[in-house]
Design a protein around this ligand. Structure first.
Ligand SMILES: [Zn+2]
Length: 398
């Protein structure tokens, strides 16, 4: 392809809406508009990645620091919108809402008798724990839903110090929505003072830590009151006992016991699909230096950036055209900067666009039958004779 055919527009400055360096360079190098829309060059790069994705383990050949499991691959990025739990030790990786972790149960206790206590203005677990002088892990938190499929009232219970994962709940009961005040009342529960004790026509689902936790404070289903010493099995039981809670950073890994991290990321691939825009961004985040992108082979859509420096005596452009044809005939992808621009402008653009190799046809070297070859990640040029240039490019890309 020729530079002018792709209508490449590079930018001197990073866009002011850039949240990451990779995005800034994709805009500056002319792959994306400031509005994050792929340009012609961007579309070509995406097409290149699409073709490449037909090769086995394609993602793992892009030199990206990927974290993954059997069903999804992620690229850690602070501005990413997907939260992922990752174990730095054993590499366990899962979306936050579905991540498993090793739960710590409290020491077992003898079951104490139920006791109804007045707890005015205790609408939150914090307020309740403060008022009664108990730690949050000695309380039961109630969350009430209605199942979309049949409007069944669903009552979920997790320990007061933990967060329910709605994604995990949905895996067990199907899609749900928050219960209405009417539905809560019909079940016999009391909003803000709810517990599973004594409910009617309710699907009760408890976190697997609840049966191991004795003497929890729970709602009394009576406004203003709570029950001390509720015990699973004695006071209520559940249709489903399952892992319902969300991991937090520092929780122990289920597989190896080491502390888990929670990282922001973007999804690169699921079992069914690749997210090529995200893969392009991940490439730019990973492969750049202060001058621009440094895309590796085979991730770069063009392996060679070919340019001529307009000469005084020799027609460098015609020679570059010959080299362009020779490189293309060898099956190597090449972007030919065919503009009659100053060398400095072209060098800057070559660095921004970030092809793995740059070939420069300049008058001085050409008089000796040579051209300049420069790997993007190296500092220095090499002079290569014209009849060896294709061979040298091929050996570099091996
Ligand atoms: Zn682990």
């Amino acid at each position: 392809m020729k530079y002018r055919d792709l209508n490449i527009q590079t930018q001197r400055e990073a866009p002011n809406n850039a949240r990451t360096e990779g995005f800034a360079f994709l805009v500056r190098a002319g792959y994306l508009t400031r509005e994050n829309v792929p340009t012609q060059l961007g579309e070509r790069s995406l097409d290149h990645l699409r073709r490449l994705s037909n090769t086995p383990s394609f993602l793992f050949h892009l030199s990206l620091p990927i974290i993954s499991n059997d069903s999804e691959s992620f690229f850690p990025l602070p501005s990413g919108s997907t939260e992922v739990v990752h174990c730095p030790s054993c590499k366990y990786t899962e979306r936050l809402e579905l991540a498993r972790f090793a739960k710590r149960s409290l020491p077992g206790e003898a079951e104490l008798p139920l006791e109804k206590v007045l707890t005015p203005d205790c609408h939150t677990i914090e307020a309740l724990a403060n008022f009664l002088g108990v730690p949050k892990e000695k309380t039961a938190k109630a969350l009430m839903y209605s199942r979309n499929a049949d409007n069944k009232f669903v009552f979920a219970v997790v320990r007061g110090d933990m967060q329910l994962s709605e994604a995990k709940l949905k895996q067990h009961v199907g899609e749900v929505r928050p219960a209405t005040a009417e539905e809560i009342e019909k079940s016999g529960a009391s909003a803000g003072y709810a517990s599973p004790v004594g409910l009617k026509e309710t699907l009760i689902v408890v976190d697997d830590l609840i049966p191991q936790s004795q003497n929890l404070v729970a709602g009394a289903n009576d406004a203003g009151y709570h029950l001390k010493n509720t015990n699973y099995g004695r006071d209520y039981s559940a249709e489903i006992v399952a892992d319902l809670t969300q991991a937090t950073a520092g929780d122990a890994c289920m597989k190896c016991g080491n502390p888990l991290s929670v990282v922001s990321a973007i999804s690169l691939a699921t079992r069914n699909a690749y997210h090529f825009e995200n893969i392009l961004l991940a490439l730019a985040e990973t492969h750049h230096d202060p001058k621009g992108l440094t895309l590796p082979h085979p991730a770069a859509s063009f392996d060679v950036y070919l340019m001529h420096v307009p000469g005084k005596e020799l027609d460098t452009r015609a020679k570059a055209e010959e080299i362009y044809n020779a490189i293309q005939s060898a099956g190597i992808s090449v972007l030919f900067d065919d503009r009659d621009e100053r060398a400095g402008v072209k060098f800057n653009d070559a660095d921004l666009i970030g092809c793995p190799l740059r070939v420069t046809v300049g008058e001085k070297a050409l008089k000796e039958g040579m051209v300049e070859l420069k790997p993007r990640k190296e500092k220095d040029n090499q002079l290569v004779s014209l009849d060896k240039i294709v061979e040298r490019i091929e050996s570099f890309l091996k």
